[in-house]
Design a protein around this ligand. Structure first.
Ligand code: MN
Length: 201
């Protein structure tokens, strides 16, 4: 795993985002996951799973759904540093991903099966232990192959279990899991575009 693409896209003299450090952790430590609500040029949710010292990352325009009949498009994006899982704030306008970032959910995840095989084969099964997201999920690739320069498309799907539901988790639990703030409150506190952020709240 490499953070070369992450590093190349960003100017750390201007952006407060974490620097590109690969963090290999001890085997016994739990794997982290994070979902960030990101009001950039378009609102989306960044879904990240810690693996091999980085956060595997997907951009999900509509965010996760608890309804097993709903498949949410998830575009693979560049790996992010593990420290990104602690980032909430404002990326300055004009920078890559410029806009307001909220820690929408976080916790730990557990693979269901072999992760590297799943990534190669295009079907990753796992459970999430977050504050908002729980239970068993699948990420299924629909387009593109690993190592291709073209972006891969995946679908995030909730498995049927006791955490499946038809409630709109994005609308019902819109605030930061870290600070309880709305996007507009984060933007106001950190020098972001409050109007843009408020529209996404
Ligand atoms: Mn993003």
């Amino acid at each position: 795993m490499s953070l070369q693409e992450y590093r190349a896209k960003r100017n750390f003299a201007v952006s407060p985002e974490p620097k590109a450090v690969v963090r290999h952790r001890k085997d016994e430590e739990e794997l982290s996951f994070v979902v960030q609500k990101h009001q950039a040029s378009h609102l989306h949710y960044d879904f990240r799973l810690e693996w091999n010292g980085v956060l595997l990352s997907w951009a999900i325009p509509k965010g996760p759904s608890l309804d097993p009949t709903v498949k949410r498009l998830a575009m693979a994006v560049e790996d992010h540093p593990v420290e990104y899982g602690g980032f909430e704030g404002v990326i300055p306008e004009g920078q890559y991903g410029g806009g307001t970032v909220m820690l929408w959910d976080r916790g730990t995840w557990e693979p269901e099966g072999d992760v590297d095989e799943g990534l190669r084969g295009g079907e990753l099964k796992f459970s999430l232990h977050g504050k908002k997201l729980h239970g068993s999920w699948a990420m299924v690739r629909t387009k593109g192959m690993p190592g291709n320069s073209k972006r891969e498309s995946w679908l995030l799907i909730k498995h049927r279990d006791r955490y499946a539901s038809d409630k709109d988790i994005g609308a019902e639990m819109p605030r930061s899991v870290a600070s309880r703030r709305t996007l507009a409150q984060i933007a106001a506190a950190e020098g972001g575009d409050v109007g843009k952020a408020a529209k996404a709240d």
